[in-house]
Design a protein around this ligand. Structure first.
Ligand SMILES: O=C(O)C(=O)C[C@]1(C(=O)O)C=C[C@@H](O)C=C1
Length: 218
Protein backbone atom coordinates (compact mmCIF):
# COMPACT_ATOMS: atom_id res chain seq x y z
CA UNK A 1 0.00 0.00 0.00
CA UNK A 2 1.21 3.55 -0.80
CA UNK A 3 1.15 6.12 2.01
CA UNK A 4 1.88 9.83 1.41
CA UNK A 5 3.51 11.94 4.14
CA UNK A 6 4.86 15.47 4.58
CA UNK A 7 8.49 14.95 3.58
CA UNK A 8 11.25 14.84 2.73
CA UNK A 9 12.81 11.84 4.42
CA UNK A 10 13.47 12.32 8.17
CA UNK A 11 10.56 14.69 8.80
CA UNK A 12 8.65 14.13 12.04
CA UNK A 13 5.71 13.07 9.88
CA UNK A 14 7.82 10.33 8.33
CA UNK A 15 8.73 9.07 11.81
CA UNK A 16 5.01 8.96 12.67
CA UNK A 17 4.13 7.27 9.35
CA UNK A 18 6.82 4.62 9.91
CA UNK A 19 5.32 3.78 13.31
CA UNK A 20 1.83 3.36 11.89
CA UNK A 21 2.81 1.70 8.59
CA UNK A 22 6.14 -0.10 9.16
CA UNK A 23 5.74 -2.35 6.11
CA UNK A 24 4.19 -0.05 3.51
CA UNK A 25 5.63 2.17 0.79
CA UNK A 26 5.98 5.71 2.15
CA UNK A 27 5.81 8.43 -0.51
CA UNK A 28 7.21 11.87 0.50
CA UNK A 29 5.27 15.01 -0.50
CA UNK A 30 6.48 18.61 -0.40
CA UNK A 31 3.45 20.04 1.38
CA UNK A 32 0.39 19.10 3.42
CA UNK A 33 -1.75 20.15 0.43
CA UNK A 34 0.14 17.65 -1.77
CA UNK A 35 -0.67 14.91 0.78
CA UNK A 36 -4.41 15.67 0.52
CA UNK A 37 -4.22 15.87 -3.30
CA UNK A 38 -2.36 12.54 -3.48
CA UNK A 39 -5.28 10.89 -1.63
CA UNK A 40 -7.88 12.73 -3.72
CA UNK A 41 -6.26 11.77 -7.05
CA UNK A 42 -5.75 8.13 -5.99
CA UNK A 43 -1.96 8.43 -6.19
CA UNK A 44 -1.85 6.87 -2.72
CA UNK A 45 -4.37 5.07 -0.51
CA UNK A 46 -3.74 7.10 2.62
CA UNK A 47 -1.69 10.04 3.90
CA UNK A 48 -0.16 10.94 7.27
CA UNK A 49 -0.26 14.65 8.22
CA UNK A 50 0.29 16.64 11.46
CA UNK A 51 -2.91 17.95 13.11
CA UNK A 52 -2.00 19.64 16.39
CA UNK A 53 0.81 20.29 18.83
CA UNK A 54 0.65 20.46 22.62
CA UNK A 55 2.54 23.82 22.73
CA UNK A 56 1.50 25.55 19.52
CA UNK A 57 -1.99 24.16 18.89
CA UNK A 58 -3.62 23.42 15.57
CA UNK A 59 -1.77 22.96 12.29
CA UNK A 60 -4.26 25.23 10.56
CA UNK A 61 -3.53 24.03 7.00
CA UNK A 62 -4.52 20.48 7.94
CA UNK A 63 -7.72 21.70 9.56
CA UNK A 64 -8.62 23.78 6.48
CA UNK A 65 -8.02 20.88 4.09
CA UNK A 66 -10.05 18.47 6.25
CA UNK A 67 -12.93 20.82 5.51
CA UNK A 68 -12.08 21.34 1.81
CA UNK A 69 -11.42 17.72 0.84
CA UNK A 70 -13.77 14.76 1.02
CA UNK A 71 -11.56 12.63 3.31
CA UNK A 72 -11.97 10.86 6.65
CA UNK A 73 -9.68 10.43 9.64
CA UNK A 74 -8.86 6.75 10.04
CA UNK A 75 -6.74 6.99 13.17
CA UNK A 76 -4.35 9.25 15.10
CA UNK A 77 -0.91 8.94 16.68
CA UNK A 78 0.56 11.24 19.35
CA UNK A 79 4.35 11.40 19.25
CA UNK A 80 6.88 13.19 21.51
CA UNK A 81 8.78 15.93 19.62
CA UNK A 82 12.41 16.89 20.42
CA UNK A 83 14.09 19.64 18.41
CA UNK A 84 17.81 20.25 17.95
CA UNK A 85 19.74 23.12 16.39
CA UNK A 86 22.12 21.91 13.65
CA UNK A 87 24.60 23.43 11.21
CA UNK A 88 26.77 22.25 8.32
CA UNK A 89 29.94 20.62 9.76
CA UNK A 90 32.10 22.96 7.61
CA UNK A 91 30.69 26.00 9.44
CA UNK A 92 31.35 27.21 12.97
CA UNK A 93 28.50 29.70 13.32
CA UNK A 94 25.27 30.76 11.62
CA UNK A 95 23.41 33.89 10.56
CA UNK A 96 19.90 32.54 9.91
CA UNK A 97 17.73 29.80 11.44
CA UNK A 98 15.37 27.92 9.13
CA UNK A 99 12.63 25.39 9.90
CA UNK A 100 8.94 24.55 9.75
CA UNK A 101 6.85 27.35 11.37
CA UNK A 102 5.58 24.90 14.03
CA UNK A 103 9.15 23.95 14.96
CA UNK A 104 10.22 27.63 15.06
CA UNK A 105 7.25 28.41 17.32
CA UNK A 106 7.96 25.43 19.60
CA UNK A 107 11.53 26.75 20.09
CA UNK A 108 10.67 30.46 20.25
CA UNK A 109 11.88 31.11 23.81
CA UNK A 110 15.12 29.22 23.30
CA UNK A 111 15.83 31.31 20.19
CA UNK A 112 14.73 34.55 21.88
CA UNK A 113 16.93 33.93 24.92
CA UNK A 114 20.02 32.79 23.01
CA UNK A 115 19.88 34.20 19.47
CA UNK A 116 17.53 37.16 19.67
CA UNK A 117 19.13 38.99 16.73
CA UNK A 118 19.38 36.04 14.39
CA UNK A 119 16.50 36.03 11.87
CA UNK A 120 14.44 32.94 11.20
CA UNK A 121 12.74 31.77 8.02
CA UNK A 122 9.79 29.42 7.53
CA UNK A 123 10.31 26.25 5.58
CA UNK A 124 8.00 23.50 4.36
CA UNK A 125 9.25 20.98 6.97
CA UNK A 126 12.04 20.55 9.51
CA UNK A 127 13.66 17.89 7.30
CA UNK A 128 13.45 20.13 4.20
CA UNK A 129 15.30 22.81 6.19
CA UNK A 130 17.97 20.33 7.33
CA UNK A 131 18.40 19.09 3.73
CA UNK A 132 18.83 22.66 2.49
CA UNK A 133 21.49 23.40 5.12
CA UNK A 134 23.39 20.26 4.06
CA UNK A 135 23.19 21.19 0.35
CA UNK A 136 24.43 24.76 0.95
CA UNK A 137 27.67 24.62 2.95
CA UNK A 138 28.55 28.15 1.80
CA UNK A 139 25.47 29.63 3.47
CA UNK A 140 25.69 30.24 7.22
CA UNK A 141 22.37 28.64 8.07
CA UNK A 142 21.19 26.53 11.01
CA UNK A 143 18.14 24.26 10.96
CA UNK A 144 15.76 23.25 13.76
CA UNK A 145 15.05 19.58 13.15
CA UNK A 146 15.18 16.09 14.69
CA UNK A 147 18.17 13.86 15.37
CA UNK A 148 17.40 11.60 12.40
CA UNK A 149 17.61 14.63 10.04
CA UNK A 150 21.04 15.53 11.47
CA UNK A 151 22.22 11.99 10.82
CA UNK A 152 20.69 11.57 7.36
CA UNK A 153 21.81 14.97 6.04
CA UNK A 154 25.23 14.92 7.77
CA UNK A 155 24.72 17.97 10.01
CA UNK A 156 26.32 18.80 13.36
CA UNK A 157 23.99 19.27 16.35
CA UNK A 158 25.13 22.32 18.33
CA UNK A 159 22.22 22.57 20.82
CA UNK A 160 20.10 19.62 21.92
CA UNK A 161 16.48 19.52 23.09
CA UNK A 162 15.69 23.17 22.42
CA UNK A 163 11.87 22.83 22.56
CA UNK A 164 10.46 25.34 25.06
CA UNK A 165 8.60 22.69 27.05
CA UNK A 166 9.84 19.20 27.74
CA UNK A 167 6.36 17.78 27.27
CA UNK A 168 6.14 18.60 23.57
CA UNK A 169 3.84 16.30 21.59
CA UNK A 170 2.33 16.41 18.12
CA UNK A 171 -0.77 14.55 17.02
CA UNK A 172 -0.65 13.07 13.51
CA UNK A 173 -3.65 11.70 11.63
CA UNK A 174 -4.13 9.18 8.85
CA UNK A 175 -6.52 10.43 6.17
CA UNK A 176 -8.14 8.45 3.35
CA UNK A 177 -11.35 8.20 1.35
CA UNK A 178 -12.44 5.25 3.54
CA UNK A 179 -15.08 5.78 6.18
CA UNK A 180 -13.81 2.82 8.22
CA UNK A 181 -11.42 3.31 11.13
CA UNK A 182 -7.93 1.89 10.93
CA UNK A 183 -7.39 -0.56 13.76
CA UNK A 184 -4.27 0.32 15.71
CA UNK A 185 -3.51 -1.70 18.85
CA UNK A 186 -5.20 0.88 21.11
CA UNK A 187 -7.41 0.28 24.15
CA UNK A 188 -11.15 0.62 23.46
CA UNK A 189 -11.34 3.86 25.48
CA UNK A 190 -8.94 5.48 22.97
CA UNK A 191 -11.42 5.17 20.14
CA UNK A 192 -12.63 8.53 18.96
CA UNK A 193 -14.96 10.18 16.45
CA UNK A 194 -14.10 13.56 14.89
CA UNK A 195 -16.86 15.74 13.42
CA UNK A 196 -16.79 18.85 11.27
CA UNK A 197 -19.87 20.94 12.01
CA UNK A 198 -21.03 24.02 10.12
CA UNK A 199 -23.91 26.21 11.25
CA UNK A 200 -26.47 27.64 8.79
CA UNK A 201 -25.57 31.14 10.01
CA UNK A 202 -22.89 32.75 12.17
CA UNK A 203 -24.28 34.01 15.49
CA UNK A 204 -23.09 34.67 19.04
CA UNK A 205 -23.26 31.49 21.15
CA UNK A 206 -23.25 29.20 18.09
CA UNK A 207 -20.39 27.05 19.38
CA UNK A 208 -22.00 26.85 22.83
CA UNK A 209 -25.22 25.64 21.22
CA UNK A 210 -23.41 22.82 19.40
CA UNK A 211 -21.37 21.74 22.43
CA UNK A 212 -24.36 21.81 24.78
CA UNK A 213 -25.96 19.00 22.74
CA UNK A 214 -23.05 16.81 23.87
CA UNK A 215 -22.74 18.32 27.37
CA UNK A 216 -26.37 17.58 28.27
CA UNK A 217 -25.98 13.94 27.26
CA UNK A 218 -22.66 13.65 29.12
O1 LIG B 1 8.40 19.57 9.76
C1 LIG B 1 8.23 18.36 10.06
O2 LIG B 1 9.17 17.58 10.22
C2 LIG B 1 6.87 17.89 10.21
O3 LIG B 1 6.65 16.70 10.13
C3 LIG B 1 5.78 18.91 10.50
C4 LIG B 1 5.58 19.22 11.97
C5 LIG B 1 4.23 20.02 12.16
O4 LIG B 1 3.63 20.48 11.22
O5 LIG B 1 3.81 20.18 13.32
C6 LIG B 1 5.46 17.97 12.74
C7 LIG B 1 5.87 17.88 14.03
C8 LIG B 1 6.48 19.04 14.76
O6 LIG B 1 5.42 19.61 15.51
C9 LIG B 1 6.99 20.07 13.82
C10 LIG B 1 6.65 20.07 12.51
Amino acid sequence: MKIAYLGPQASFTQLAATQIFPNDELVPQSSILDCFNAVKNNGVEKAVVPLENSIEGTVSMTLDYLYDFEVFIETELIMPIAHHLMIHPNNGDFEKIISHPQALAQTFHFRYNNFKDIPSQDFSSTAAAAKLVSENPNEKWAAVANRYSAKLYGLKIIYENIQDFEQNHTKFIVISKNKSALKLPLPKTSEKTSLIITLPEDHAGGLHQVLSVFAWRK
